[in-house]
Ligand binder design. Sequence first.
Ligand code: ATP
Ligand code: MG
Length: 266
Amino acid sequence: MTRTLAVTNQKGGVGKTTTSVNLAASLAQTGQRVLLVDLDPQGNATMGSGIDKRSLTSSVYQVILGIATAGAARQKSESGGYDIIPANRELAGAEVEMVELDHRETRLKTALQGISSDYDFILLDCPPALNMLTINGLVAADAVMIPMQCEYYALEGLSDLVNTIKRVRQHLNPKLEIEGLLRTMFDPRNSLAQQVSAQLQSHFGTKVYTTVIPRNVRLAEAPSFGTPAVTLDRACKGSQAYLQLATEIIDRQTMAATNRAAGAVA
Ligand code: ATP
Ligand code: MG
């Protein structure tokens, strides 16, 4: 079964794209079939996957507006080992153009239905806003992955995101769950980071991934080579953390499936 994860946090620069790209590559390296969808007009996930956002023939913009199919718009990321539906600035216009359209919250979900069975995982790299593109991501997803930096204002923004998830669940996507909270750019020597991390764990319990992504310069450098860090330098600490995260996610999924099966027998 395909698992679709929206990588979301309306706060900018918390590591959504770094996580999307490196998790996609890590899952691919463990043999999973992966599609990454760039839902951000900045096109950072596109560039970081080695696809030039300035020369796209079709992108997620055409897919959302129904001008291209998801199958036609997807490309192979050679450096990442996964498929990607790319994005560029054109996508910023979709927000306005969608106002006129019917079913505007469900357009991505509908578009992905035709190709989802080709994949084990679909990752949606959302923009830093709770806008219609993010709503499309939340409606298309089974679950939300929330990357966050452990700093003071992180928790404040989290309640807005959790409320949005609740509203989407009530009205548009009843099965939407929080898959997990991912601590990014973590510096264990920083006592505030330690405190916020402890608060997160007491509030969200096992929803906080055991895997922590450290601050690591290789993760920041890799996009300039058009490649995920896990391909560029598999041994660096940042890559090792994302590979561990992929294992943690697959293990969680296996455990959930086992529990469901046990429940069905009982
Ligand atoms: P936006 O909200 O603009 O889409 P984002 O949440 O997708 O941002 P990223 O683009 O992944 O965040 O990361 C922001 C910046 O921090 C980038 O320059 C990235 O290279 C850097 N970065 C991300 N994670 C790490 C890390 N673990 N260690 C060091 N630098 C990192
Ligand atoms: Mg981003």
